[in-house]
Design a protein around this ligand. Sequence first.
Ligand code: NAP
Length: 343
Amino acid sequence: MNSLPESRVTPLRGGPALRWGVLAPGAIARDFVTTLHANTDQRVHAVASRSSERAATFAAEHGIPRNYDSYDQLVADPDIDVVYVAAPHSEHRALALLAIAAGKHVLIEKPIALNAREAGDIAAAAASAGVFVMEAMWSRYLPQSDVISQLLDDGALGDVRLVSVDLGWKNEYDPTSRMYDPKLGGGAMLDAGIYSLWFAQFVLGAPTAVFATGSLAPTGVDAQTVVALSAADGAQASVSTSILINTPGIASIFGTDARLQFDDSFVFSAGFRVISGGSELSGSDLVWEDASGLRGRDGLCWQAVALASYVSEGRTQSPVHSLEQSISLMRTIDDVRAQVGAI
Ligand SMILES: NC(=O)c1ccc[n+]([C@@H]2O[C@H](COP(=O)([O-])OP(=O)(O)OC[C@H]3O[C@@H](n4cnc5c(N)ncnc54)[C@H](OP(=O)(O)O)[C@@H]3O)[C@@H](O)[C@H]2O)c1
């Protein structure tokens, strides 16, 4: 291998501009709308909160023309093309079904739901309504993920035998927060761990065996977990996640010809290098760097332009992270959480 492929992601500017409606103006909704308006031609047309004051404040902060004090009102707005569900995990199924029933396309924050059964309900509703529905697994839509996908399709690393990935974000213990409250879908696996498992399954496919060990928070949710996965071709992945500590978020793919190693957290726009031959880094490594200039959560906008282009192509699912892949991820998470005894 002499060079790395070009990323083929949808350009941020141009393309079909959809009118977005945002349900639940919390922390991630703020970051999503900020980057959408700053870096793309997509526009948020309405926001809905359970509180009229929060809806009005969010609308004023982001220049959003309409605001509603109920989620039902927003999904009934005929001028909304696509609804973004940004509430805690526990609300994803109900709000996705609400938007689908109103005939809207839907982008659902990760995890798509609390478990595989709920995810299946969303997929079934989407199929019968014929609308586009996608989990906001935004790291999959970053330019780096498309380059890695091409490398894997081309067998550029040889036979992939091992994937290693960590992701831990320290959250101070607060039993009422969405990170620790079981009623809101608390726990490391559903929040940070889903990214680690996604990366492993992105590379290796759905696992054939899952072994997990972990520790619980006082509320009974999983606080830290280490997972070993086996794939059908005999490869393995080691995956860890935590809400007790910060970890660098380094993902690596080890093939018989080369290894691919991130320089920084794989969840965000980040560079990686492909190292062939010996184990030491050298001047002959192939280095990929993100040239978009988008850092941190500014990268959330890539998934939105991808969604707009998929909708304009008449698709009902993402071609790179389908609802079946979301359900498969939830099955693995269900298995892991059961093994560690999480609520
Ligand atoms: N992609 C990413 O990088 C990323 C990062 C962080 C979070 N997320 C995902 O985004 C979702 C929301 O996380 P967040 O950190 O933005 O949460 P958050 O700040 O707590 O905001 C969630 C919002 O949901 C609404 N809500 C609806 N039902 C609720 C309930 N029963 N309890 C509490 N709030 C409720 C609230 O808005 P109103 O009451 O005003 O309607 C609240 O402001 C999660 O599923 C999470 O996994 C993704």
